[in-house]
Design a protein around this ligand. Sequence first.
Ligand code: G3I
Length: 341
Amino acid sequence: MIKKLATVAIWCLGCVGAVCVSLSVKDTMRSLATKKGLETGVAVAVGDLSKDTHKNIILENSSIIVAENCMKWQYIHPRENTWNWKDTDRLVEFAEENGISVKFHTLFWHNQNSPFLSERWSRDKALSVMDNHISTVMERYKGRIKEYDVVNEAFEDNGSLRNTIWLKTVGEDYIEHAFTKAHECDPSAKLFLNDYSNETMGQTKADAMFNFVKKLKEKGVPIDGVGFQLHIDTAYGFDAEKIRKNVKRYEEIGVLVSFSEVDVRIPQRNYENHLAKQQKIYCELLKIAVEEPNVINFITWGFTDSQSWVPYTFPGKGHALPYDENLQPKPLYAEMLKVLK
Ligand code: G3I
């Protein structure tokens, strides 16, 4: 709450200055959300930064951005002693030039890993590779990247820990080890455990993750927040009240929540029939993000249907983002602005 109030106060001071130089300022997702103390943003494909239309949409919507791919192991750390900083540097520089924060996605995941990682490593070897990855990234971007998805998708749907290379080599404490090391490298960075299908209170995975995070907090592990990816499909149940309850129970244990990868997919066929439901879901999620003090950001996974991961992964589904294939905002976008107003 204090964080949101402080942001509002800073915004108000900024406004006094802005009014002096401009009489009419366009309301954007970014400006309206900032007034409410909420960071909004999009996942960015680095190539978008070379296209003016894409760049303008990113600027209008984002006070925070996240890399869609370039910070994952296979790109940033492809071989044991090879680092590829080019795209991440570019994204961070773009953000700095435009007063935008950056979220790092992701230090550890089971996908898009590098071929040199081996499940046959000893615990000590795996821990030294983990530590080196964390410290090399975080020391480079210290003070410049303020949020990290430290571990992504660590849970199976049944609530057990996913059997990743890190679980196999290090063991169950790999998550607390990663958070502890990351905090040591940049104590000011906010550290998140990010996952999907973890937003609805009462569901197995959501409850397992909550209990896991609660234990980490009790042990003093430096975890700041959890990410709800929120890749929603209108065909399945959506219960805004249970999502809100889940957010609230995290607040009770002092844990922030990031709405970290929002998109709402609908059938491609007769998609017009599903737009109202999609709009309602976007607006209800945004309303929770605005109203609940521990939700610090609302990030969509991309912005245009022309570049969404959805149709490749869920054939027959699509139209998941606020901008259509021609980079035009959909009617739901205006409704989202109304929620912020
Ligand atoms: O870079 C290669 C390129 O060289 C090649 O020509 C091309 C041909 O297919 O593939 C390119 O790699 C693709 C990469 O995206 C970059 O575009 C991969 O095939 C493709 O699998 C990869 O998909 C990404 C996916 O993560 C991988 O699991 C999506 O773009 C990205 O949106 C998606 O993001 C994830 C989050 O990180 C975690 N949460 C779920 C979310 C959606 O799946």
